[in-house]
Write a protein that binds this ligand. Structure first.
Ligand code: CTP
Length: 403
């Protein structure tokens, strides 16, 4: 699967650099073409000759290297690779990456890349816990980087805690699943709804909910990484949109429904992440409603259920629902899955998940219940995409695919 793939291995300063050498050996054995770039401090831990011997490729260390083949190395090296893996990624290097610094060959080519970035942090447990590091890692995740590890355990400095880099075999496994994931949804058209809807009451007010759009955007990012052609229909959010093929911005549930119905004939998989308002004002006052001393009653009517409308179509695509519950998670989720006739429903505790960067998910499908322990939403989204792919591949082809 990973044969003919090209990986750029970035090694920064840390004792875990020796594990990167073993990872380079394993990856090369798997048929991956590994090119190594080392920072100056990395060279204090392991010599470039080690990586050169293990990978059979030249090792780059200097931004000013005048190698004719690698003229403009800071751009070219990142153009000819499908993935950059930084292992070990030191706290200092993570801080530079998060802030877009480019003061050596490795930082420069990370900034100039047009491929995915995976980082394997390695540092003292106190450095890992430091809010500055956590902030930087969170920024990198938001920018789409894949963060693997660190692990918990005894550290080279004698302390114990989070900060150990993953083992070489785990790094190789992560790269392997990245290359596997890359093609999962090749040629598939995935439609995703995200964010809240806003139902106007008058010219300036409305009904909405606390959905941030983070989970839906993460699912869109992960589906894109898996090679799908993604259309994202989004309510208003404060987020930068992920790199999808088509973005449709909507406000109300009815607008979202129309946008979804327009896209459905070209959709293989529909993932309904949006927090759709269940009710809207029966009448929208064109002017601002003026304050009085009297009680004000707003008459609400039910909004359409977008997901149910789609699953009720004669030939629906493969549909996945989400459920935000505040109580009786399992029972409510199972009832929803049945009512909406879904092969997969993903449930979470609304109080913990809404607006947060991390979530804990429970998946309900025909095989039963699966738990995804707390992790960054982008990581959960990548796991979900793999799970959706497994279910989708076993499902009967829809009429969309036959066409
Ligand atoms: N959904 C939808 N249209 C609606 C309401 C919900 O498409 N009008 C979708 C959501 O995107 C989600 C799933 O249905 O995938 C479940 O949404 P949720 O708000 O958890 O449940 P509801 O069906 O609205 O039920 P309740 O609010 O009573 O929990």
């Amino acid at each position: 699967m990973a044969e003919n793939k090209r990986l750029l291995l970035g090694v920064t300063g840390g004792v875990a650099a020796y594990k990167a050498a073993e990872a380079a050996r394993l990856l090369t054995q798997q048929g991956i073409d590994v090119t190594t770039v080392m920072t100056e401090s990395a060279c204090h831990f392991v010599g470039p000759a080690t990586f050169q011997s293990l990978t059979g490729n030249p090792v780059y260390t200097d931004l000013w290297e005048t190698n004719a083949m690698q003229n403009m190395a800071h751009i070219n090296l990142s153009r000819t690779t499908e993935l950059i893996l930084i292992a070990p990624a030191s706290a200092d290097f993570i801080a530079k990456l998060a802030n877009g610094l480019a003061d050596d060959l490795l930082t420069t080519l990370c900034l100039a890349r047009n491929c995915s970035l995976m980082i394997a942090p390695a540092m003292n447990q106190q450095m890992w816990k430091n809010p500055a590091t956590q902030r930087n890692v969170s920024m990198l995740r938001q920018d789409g980087a894949i963060v693997i590890g660190p692990a918990d355990g005894l550290q080279a400095c004698g302390e114990t805690g989070m900060g150990r880099m993953l083992e070489a075999s785990e790094l190789a496994e992560a790269v392997h699943s990245f290359f596997h994931m890359e093609k999962l949804f090749d040629g598939k058209r995935v439609l995703i709804t995200a964010g809240p809807t806003f139902e106007a009451i008058d010219a300036v007010r409305g009904i909405t909910n606390k959905s941030s759009g983070k989970m839906g955007y993460a699912v869109a990012q992960a589906a894109t990484e898996a090679g799908a052609s993604v259309t994202l229909i989004s309510g208003a959010t404060c987020l930068a949109p992920p790199p999808v093929d088509k973005l449709v911005s909507v406000t109300s549930a009815n607008e979202m429904l129309q946008a979804v119905l327009t896209e459905i004939p070209q959709t293989d998989i529909f993932i309904s992440v949006a927090a759709v308002a269940d009710y809207r004002a029966a009448k929208i006052n064109p002017q601002k409603i003026k304050k009085t001393d009297q009680h004000l009653t707003i008459d609400l009517v039910a909004n359409p259920d977008i997901l149910l409308t789609v699953t009720d179509l004669p030939n629906p695509p493969f549909c996945v629902g989400f459920a935000a519950e505040t109580e009786n998670l399992e029972q409510n989720a199972q009832t929803k899955r049945k009512k909406k006739n879904l092969p997969l429903l993903i449930a979470n505790q609304a109080q913990d998940a809404i607006g947060a960067d991390e979530s804990e998910l429970t998946l309900f499908d025909d095989a039963g219940k699966h738990s995804l322990t707390k992790a960054a939403k982008i990581e959960q989204a990548r796991r979900l995409i793999q799970h959706i792919h497994a279910l989708y591949s076993q499902s009967k082809p829809t009429s969309h695919e036959k066409n």
